[in-house]
Design a protein around this ligand. Structure first.
Ligand code: SF4
Length: 199
């Protein structure tokens, strides 16, 4: 079966339940799309990408990765200079617009996002942004409420041995996280490894 929907995925754990619904209940064949230029620091971006790849491998699916890494745009983001759009609204719009454009480019008729599984995200705003992006690019946005399966998806992620992140993704969200120190230590170790490799 050829792929017939592009599923924007923020990470592996959040992909678990939406994939169950789209594949087992709706008979679709998703192509996964990792496009999250908001994630800070870089080692965290890589962890989330790698764990999405793990989910894809377990389920025999393909992943397209857009390797943009633009966290500085999130740090210096000013709603006043962007028509009052909040940082999170901009974050949704950026990711969903690119996903809609990618669906169009790949000839896929529809897209949706794993962000719709999270009780921590603004569901109504995501739907609004998804529908607007769909209209801009001439594809369909599948409006689904995956939130009832959030826990089941997280449990599946645990069983699959996936890394489960502790903060939303951008630098401001890391600043508020209890895990900030640990994450930054991981980044420093990763950076040192990279530099050693360049010697
Ligand atoms: S808190 Fe989450 S949704 Fe909001 S800007 Fe940061 S990464 Fe994006």
């Amino acid at each position: 079966m050829t792929e017939n929907i592009l599923l924007h995925a923020c990470c592996g754990p959040c992909a678990e339940y939406p994939l169950d619904v789209l594949i087992s209940e709706e008979g679709l064949r998703p192509l996964l799309f990792f496009y999250n230029p908001n994630i800070h620091p870089q080692v965290e971006w890589q962890r989330r990408r790698d764990n999405l790849q793990k989910v894809a491998d377990l389920r025999g699916l393909n992943v397209v990765v857009e390797a943009d890494y633009a966290e500085n745009e999130w740090v210096h983001y000013d709603p006043a200079q962007n028509g009052g759009l909040s940082r999170c609204q901009m974050c949704y719009e950026t990711r969903l617009d690119r996903t809609a454009a990618k669906a169009r480019e790949l000839g896929l008729p529809a897209f949706t996002t794993t962000l719709l599984v999270s009780p921590y995200q603004d569901y109504d705003e995501l739907v609004r942004q998804g529908l607007a992006a769909a209209q801009r690019h001439g594809v369909e946005f599948l409006v689904r409420d995956f939130r009832p399966g959030f826990r089941a998806g997280q449990n599946q992620a645990r069983e699959d041995g996936l890394y489960r992140q502790k903060y939303c993704g951008c630098r401001p969200s890391l600043e508020q996280s209890d895990f900030k120190e640990k994450i930054l230590k991981g980044q420093a170790a990763w950076q040192a490894e990279q530099e050693k490799g360049q010697d």
